[in-house]
Structure formats: structure tokens, C-alpha cells
Design a protein around this ligand. Structure first.
Ligand SMILES: [Zn+2]
Length: 156
């Protein structure tokens, strides 16, 4: 892990804390340029925590505004990305995804990105893992998500 990754993850954790304070999943993200410049940041649930299709990663990209080229950007997120956000990474051609916690949820989508040539970095950050564990202990896990963790539709 570089110092730059750690600093960007610290900002993402701040967004995750803000999401949790609004009742959303504790997930935050930052889109940064190759030199570490923060282009945008965001959190799960959006401004008031109720926007269920606003994920931390999509919020960070939206906050950055439209860019001509995403290939040298880095998406730093506290939690391993879901399929929705992984699809966005492929759609835009984001070059690098940096993940704080890649063990509390299936990282199948992260593997998919890696296989597609996206640079994927697992920081194995204990504070991110603990943040989710604390949240899950209160909320009983991920709650009622629209898809199972492996990205396949729920049976029944
Ligand atoms: Zn997502």
C-alpha cells in the first residue's frame, strides 16, 4: 500500500461514517487522478442516506463530473465493489480499483475486473472490516438486498 492509497482510503472511510450516520450502509469511495488528486467522493445512500441506487462508487464518480478519460483514474472504496459498480468501472474504463475491505462480501466482481485488466489492489484494511462488522452486528447483516452476493438472482 502506498501512502497515497492510505490517504485516499481515509477520505473514503470518512464518507462511510457519514453514510452510516444517515442509516445507509457504511460504504464510502473516492475517485482520484493518477497523482492522487481527489476528483470526487461519495457515499452509499446519497445525501440523506435514502437513495438506494446511489452506491459510494457511483456517487464518487458522479461528484467528479464527466471526464474525457478514466484510464488513469483510481476508484478507492471501503468495500469490495458490487456488480453494479464493477459494471460502471468497465463502462467508463476506470484503470484502478483500490479496496479497503475485500473479505466481508464476495469479491467475485473484483476478480472479474482484475481478469478484464483493471488494476485491483486489496488493502486489507482492518478498520474497514471492523466498520462493517460493527454495522452488521446492529443490522443483522446486509439486510434485504435485491440480489444475492454472487450476483445471481435470488431463488424464489
Ligand atoms: Zn455498488
Amino acid at each position: 500500500m502506498t501512502a497515497q492509497h492510505r490517504e485516499l482510503l481515509r477520505l473514503a472511510i470518512g464518507e462511510a461514517d457519514a453514510a452510516a450516520a444517515r442509516g445507509a450502509l457504511p460504504i464510502g469511495a473516492v475517485l482520484a487522478g493518477a497523482d492522487g488528486t481527489v476528483l470526487g467522493s461519495g457515499r452509499a445512500g446519497g445525501e440523506d442516506g435514502t437513495e438506494f441506487m446511489t452506491h459510494a462508487e457511483t456517487a464518487a464518480v458522479r461528484a467528479a463530473g464527466e471526464l474525457e478519460d478514466y484510464s488513469r483514474t483510481s476508484l478507492v472504496t471501503t468495500m469490495t465493489p458490487c456488480w453494479y459498480c464493477a459494471g460502471m468501472v468497465r463502462f467508463l474504463g476506470i484503470g484502478e480499483v483500490v479496496v479497503g475491505d475485500s473479505e466481508s462480501w464476495s469479491d467475485e466482481a473484483l476478480e472479474w475486473l482484475s481478469d478484464a485488466g483493471v488494476v485491483t489492489i486489496r488493502l486489507n484494511d482492518r478498520s474497514c472490516v471492523q466498520m462493517f462488522a460493527d454495522w452488521a452486528s446492529v443490522h443483522g447483516g446486509w439486510g434485504d438486498l435485491p440480489a444475492s452476493v454472487d450476483g445471481k438472482p435470488k431463488a424464489g
